[in-house]
Design a protein around this ligand. Sequence first.
Ligand code: FBP
Length: 547
Amino acid sequence: MTKSALQIARAAYQPKLPKALKGAVKAVAGAPTQSVADQDEIKKLFPNTYGMPLITFEPGDAVELPAMNVGVILSGGQAPGGHNVISGIFDGIKSLNADSKLYGFILGPGGLVDHNYMELTAPIIDEYRNTGGFDIIGSGRTKLEAVEQFEKGYEILKKLDIKALVIIGGDDSNTNACVLAEYYAAKNYGVQVVGCPKTIDGDLKNEMIETSFGFDTACKVYSEVIGNIQRDCNSARKYWHFIKLMGRSASHIALECALQVQPNVCIVSEEVEAKDMSLDDVVTYIAQIVAERAKDGNNFGTVLIPEGLVEFIPAMKSLISELNDFLAANAEEFSHIKKSHQRDYIISKLSPANAAVYASLPEGVARQLTLDRDPHGNVQVSLIETEKLLSEMVATKLATWKAEGKFVGKFAAQHHFFGYEGRCAAPSNYDADYCYSLGYTAANLIADGKTGYMSSVRNTTSPAEEWIAGGVPITMMMNMERRHGEMKPVIQKALVRLDGAPFRTFAENREQWAKCTDFVYPGPIQYFGPSAVCDQPTKTLLLEQGK
Ligand code: FBP
């Protein structure tokens, strides 16, 4: 396989580890924990894994441990650094006993259920050190939640004599990891389950989990490209660039990119919801900034839009929900309606309020709402081209204002969606080090007999030497939430906090960034060079930690 010069040089990079993990460790247990909310219900549902203490690793005395076999699963969307979590687990278990073995389950949780696996040997691991992607074993979105799946999984775990399973995933996958840990503990199967916090979306974080891995690299990749666009935009001075950014419901990615590039506009879904803004309010807000800049002769700019925005606009939420129900019940009839009549047909069937919102949408977006559905019949919100929706509506508003003499400039838009471009980038030094440490920590949690824990590495805005490695009981992060009509124990999703330092910093500066052209051009991720250039964490993390 041909490799780039960077790939070859990067393979030799030795990720940094916290001081405590560099030699033998001892696990220091803190006080018992409780869940963030709904303590009684969660305790009842997790009698074997509730209330366990926080664990911190400190330097300890070397002890001889028996060889252990460990299984690993990559779950959900790709995030930079997954291969380093796996190499960290590998090096961690090998350092404890050279005869330990690591098995990877292929294409996500489905590999465990279908008994599809491979042994990850040293030559394989070496091929993937410090690389992006999840291709070493692949990933998948099968949910591990049914007892039959747990039992099928146990069959293969027993056959391979696997002592522990590491599930690398987001909030849902780690919730399921905890349910599995509880099930195996209740059955006395002797299989431990440990989670690792992954997702570029940055929405799996709390007091003990500073960030999910991949967020750092993905945001740096997007910020590089947005910076390049801003420089192009500031050179030609003729386009407004509408840029949608991945991140599901949470706006962490859009906010972090805004802090890095200082765009003219960044919409934060959580704020739109808190202020109960309508689609028209959002459009008016953007149009006003366009009009203000036009007065200064600046007919250009950038607008960052989080992927999940439409779900946070109450009127759109209600429209989507009615459309989901209507089309599920009338799919057959709808399939016979001629394309040119579909819009009118839908308008005639919806309640008056939702029909009015639907009628106000540009043609392309209205069509998307009726066509792109997932296997459960729901609109795939991430496929809605919000960047086009907003720019078309801004254009319409500006045309009205022009006729009224309220807008004097020109408006031409370009559209972009950044998501997949950043999910498999070679991990930044931060993610390479953080992920390797998470994997190494997971190995030590397993050696210490822990189950139902998530690997945790904290204090990551300090040099890696000073990072604090340990484990957090997953039940500690849980609360009860309504999912598909049923109350379920789940890890609380972290949305952008409007009282948090990252949002407040953005809010304090946005007027200035809107009016002036204060663009910042972050440039590409640097893997070699001065630490100030190569090892910087995200602005979100620095601000959250008061740095
Ligand atoms: P995870 O939550 O599984 O980490 O996925 C993150 C994500 O990249 C979201 O930002 C995005 O909405 C989604 O995956 C896209 O999913 P898919 O890869 O299935 O198209």
